[in-house]
Design a protein around this ligand. Structure first.
Ligand code: SF4
Length: 170
């Protein structure tokens, strides 16, 4: 959820329904504390308005489509770009919103497809990576506990209370 805290949850499922959802107390950093965004994931998953099928824009409106339909359109487009311009003409852009392991699964597909163009970082994080490379020569993070060794902490352009709760309570 646009968050690098990487909480771990213990989820209890009974008869196909989630009946309990809590932070894992054995997680070395988060120690079972999770934010509201994490806890609300269950509501989001079972929400009646959740989109459960592809949508295609037709005549200015989104209409329901089948997976076969949209896969065929995407496949045709990818193949035609590959044939006409080569695979590097395709930009594989993926980033935030959902930050789990499946967020990057399409990299496997695009590698098999021939290798495509990829941005470094996301729209905002690309700038962060470049700044770290200028300042330190590489972009490597610290262990979370290292923040306790700092004499001064400068928080720039973010509010950890809302976007990185474990930094806030560290
Ligand atoms: S702090 Fe919240 S958003 Fe971040 S990983 Fe934990 S539950 Fe998810």
């Amino acid at each position: 959820m646009d968050c690098c805290d990487l909480c771990r949850f213990i989820v209890t499922v009974e008869k196909g329904r989630i009946t309990k959802f809590e932070g894992d107390p054995h997680h070395p950093v988060t120690k079972g504390f999770t934010c509201k965004k994490g806890k609300d994931l269950v509501q989001r998953m079972v929400h009646p308005d959740r989109i459960r099928h592809p949508l295609m824009k037709k005549n200015g409106r989104f209409v329901k489509a089948t997976y076969e339909e949209v896969f065929q359109i995407i496949a045709d487009k990818l193949v035609s770009i590959k044939q006409e311009f080569g695979t590097k003409a395709i930009l594989n852009y993926t980033s935030d919103g959902y930050g789990g392991i499946k967020n990057r699964i399409q990299n496997i597909f695009f590698n098999c497809f021939g290798g495509v163009t990829q941005p470094q970082g996301s729209l905002c994080w690309g700038a962060g990576i470049a700044a770290q490379q200028y300042d330190f020569g590489s972009s490597k993070g610290h262990f979370p506990d290292d923040v306790l060794n700092a004499d001064t902490i400068l928080v720039w352009g973010r509010n950890p209370k809302y976007t990185s709760i474990h930094l806030y309570i560290a």
